[in-house]
Design a protein around this ligand. Structure first.
Ligand code: C5P
Length: 234
């Protein structure tokens, strides 16, 4: 069976904190995730510094007209991210433009995995309704997941409970990246539908994203090692 890999979400605005976590976790986690919070606070040169000799998931969730997303992704090429995110709700043309921009601007051996975010987990059925989407979150995830893969995405960001329906609908080819993971006994924080690392691995996640259970642990390295052990036992 494939190995499910571990991404540590380094959610901070502070360079010293992010560097400290990254160095502590070197050799234990498979990748680090930086998002809007760190990138907007510290800028892309700080992101690039942290990405050096590491595998980076740069989670900026691009969503704009096709030309702007394509140019934005092209501008990100020097950062050397291994995984990047766009919003599937931007539509087929935007996703195709993203695919083309990556294929045209990134060296073939260093092409990042292009991930589409389907429905934010903060949106429930009433809030989807508010923005004119009559489907349930589950139906909308499947619709946008199918659309994104057809338009050229390599994979999807999804919650743990969406792994099985997405695998049923789309098979093994999408790379599935799954946040909302909590080791047995860890605090749920603000995450609502959580799975353990082992459950997510068994369900078929390619990567799991874990933030606070690692970064807020008394010993982040030990916490990450325990998660890796759990993944290895799945
Ligand atoms: O601290 P925690 O493990 O909850 O962090 C999870 C990470 O995954 C955070 O960076 C969060 O923004 C991100 N994420 C999420 N749920 C989603 C998408 C992204 O928790 N649906």
């Amino acid at each position: 069976m494939k190995r499910t890999r571990l991404i540590a979400a380094l959610d901070t605005q502070t360079l010293d904190q992010a560097r400290d976590w990254a160095e502590t976790l070197d050799g234990t986690v498979d990748a680090i995730k930086l998002g809007m919070e760190f990138t907007y606070a510290q800028g892309l040169s700080a992101v690039r510094d942290l990405a050096r000799n590491r595998t980076l998931f740069l989670d900026l969730k691009l969503h704009d007209i096709p030309n702007t997303v394509a140019k934005g992704l092209a501008s990100l090429a020097p950062i050397g991210a291994s995984l990047l995110t766009i919003h599937a709700a931007g539509g087929s043309a935007m996703i195709r433009a993203a695919r083309q921009a990556i294929d045209a601007t990134y060296p073939p051996l260093h092409r990042p995995v292009l991930l589409a975010v389907t429905v934010l987990t903060s949106l429930d059925a009433p809030s989807l309704n508010d923005i004119g989407v009559p489907s349930s979150p589950r139906e909308q995830v499947l619709r946008l997941g199918r659309l994104a893969m057809t338009a050229g995405a390599d994979g999807l960001v999804c919650s743990a409970e969406e792994i099985a329906p997405l695998r049923d609908a789309l098979g093994e080819s999408p790379t599935l990246v799954v946040p909302g993971i909590r080791p047995e006994g860890a605090a749920a924080d603000d995450q609502k539908r959580i799975m353990t690392p082992r459950q997510a691995a068994l369900a078929g996640a390619d990567w799991i994203v874990v933030g606070r259970p690692i970064t807020q642990a008394a010993d982040p390295k030990v916490a990450a090692e325990a998660i890796q052990a759990e993944l290895a036992s799945a």
